[in-house]
Design a protein around this ligand. Structure first.
Ligand code: 6CS
Length: 311
């Protein structure tokens, strides 16, 4: 059988590297073939999610940045300063977290999805036209965010004018000045050449990009136990691979950016400069709880406990 797997990035970007490892493992250990669909081949993230829910796709990688509108609790990944930045620690968290491995699968199942894994893609940094040393510098800045209500609230709290857009519109919108900023992990800022259409990168440590891989649930439930095991093993091997792959990736990407555009400023905010963003983050946590009620509180509390266990 041929299984179709779509993701939101190019083949040589983090989600693509993950998908290639998954494919390699499945094909080495079964008679199945995995056909990969990188970003752009089947539409935007919202389109591939729909295709996975209806079963046109067997597998999809969609980040909570987009899934948050479908599963409100998945917005928890946008509570600022919740996740640590250390990839190893994050790896351990995603491997062991009860919130991730036991609570979220139930919520995804309600949407017809078998949640297979979540993994980190790196510290999220802002790219803008002007330097950002605190929230006042984001005043009047139209800032692109993924289509996620809580992320909109974060950037409101950070003082910007958030503009939710699908990925495909971001480069052009920066180029034409419709927006003046966006956020993404460093590898993605480099590979998608965001530095060509912005002047300054600012890392405030407010988030680490999380993504999720899932299967169509009817498809998955209909598989033999043997095939399910092949999939679970491939998911685990690819997970270890992607944590390993990201060692030093943030720093290497900065070097590549500076080589391509020497005038690009890359700033990491000091503890003191971060403080107003941290404080704004507290109100975003409140908003998350208002949006998601008891279910959201349970997930947030468990997630915090899981994080504490790996700190
Ligand atoms: O900003 C975005 O929309 C995209 N960012 C990453 C790192 N992956 C896919 C997503 O579409």
């Amino acid at each position: 059988e041929t299984w179709r797997y779509a993701f939101e990035e190019a083949l040589d970007e983090v989600q693509g590297v993950y998908a290639q490892k998954f494919k390699e493992e499945v094909e080495a250990n079964s008679d199945h073939t995995v056909q990969l669909f990188p970003y752009g081949t089947l539409g935007e993230s919202a389109d591939t999610m729909e295709q996975a829910q209806t079963g046109i796709l067997q597998f999809v990688d969609q980040s909570p940045g987009f899934t948050g509108s479908l599963i409100p609790e998945a917005q928890v990944f946008f509570v600022p300063y919740l996740l640590p930045q250390d990839t190893e620690k994050l790896g351990e968290f995603f491997r062991t977290s009860k919130a991730i491995n036991e609570m979220f699968p139930e919520l995804y199942a309600e949407q017809g999805l078998e949640l297979l894994t979540m993994f980190p893609e790196g510290e999220v940094c802002m790219t803008t036209q002007e330097p950002v040393t605190g929230p006042p510098d984001l005043d009047q800045v139209k800032f692109r965010v993924m289509t996620n209500p809580l992320l909109v609230e974060s950037y409101k709290a950070f003082g910007a004018t958030p503009t939710p857009l699908p990925w495909g519109e971001v480069y052009g919108a920066l180029q034409t000045g419709i927006i003046q900023g966006q956020e993404n992990p460093m590898f993605f800022i480099e590979s998608t050449k965001m530095y060509e259409v912005t002047e300054v990168i600012t890392c405030a440590g407010h988030n680490n990009f999380t993504t999720a891989v899932m299967a169509n649930k009817d498809f998955y439930d209909g598989l033999s136990e043997e095939d399910q095991t092949v999939i679970q093993n491939a998911i685990d091997v690819a997970f270890d691979h992607i944590i390993d792959y990201q060692k030093g990736l943030h720093e290497e990407s900065i070097e590549k950016i500076k080589e391509a555009k020497p005038s690009m400023q890359v700033n990491t905010l000091s503890e003191e400069e971060r403080q107003p963003f941290v404080e704004a983050g507290a109100s975003v946590e409140e908003t998350f709880l208002e949006m998601t009620g008891d279910g959201g509180k349970k997930i947030l509390d468990q997630l915090k406990a899981d994080l504490e266990a790996v700190q």
